[in-house]
Design a protein around this ligand. Structure first.
Ligand SMILES: [Zn+2]
Length: 88
């Protein structure tokens, strides 16, 4: 089972983007919950080993405006971080 299939079966809710209002829940999870592969992440990994928590994490990425949520190695937790930020 892929991560997006698991999220689908658990019906994990993703809140709208707080920056542009994009309704992320209308898009497939695979487009929204993405592995963290930013330059910043790769450099930190290169320089500090497990500085950002070891293996690749995930974050929620707004496909409309590019905003991204908190990182976590567990996709569900990354979604929770995104959702928390929305409600703040
Ligand atoms: Zn957005």
């Amino acid at each position: 089972m892929t991560i997006s299939e698991r999220l689908q079966s658990e019906k994990v809710k993703i809140n709208d983007c707080p920056f542009c209002g994009c309704k992320l829940s209308e898009f497939p999870y695979v487009m929204i919950v993405q592995p963290v592969r930013s330059d910043e992440y790769l450099l930190a990994k290169l320089n500090k080993g497990d500085f950002l928590g070891g293996e690749n994490g995930y974050h929620v990425h707004c496909i409309n405006c590019g905003a991204s949520g908190g990182r976590d190695t567990i996709p569900e937790v990354a979604i929770n971080k995104w959702n928390r930020r929305v409600t703040l």
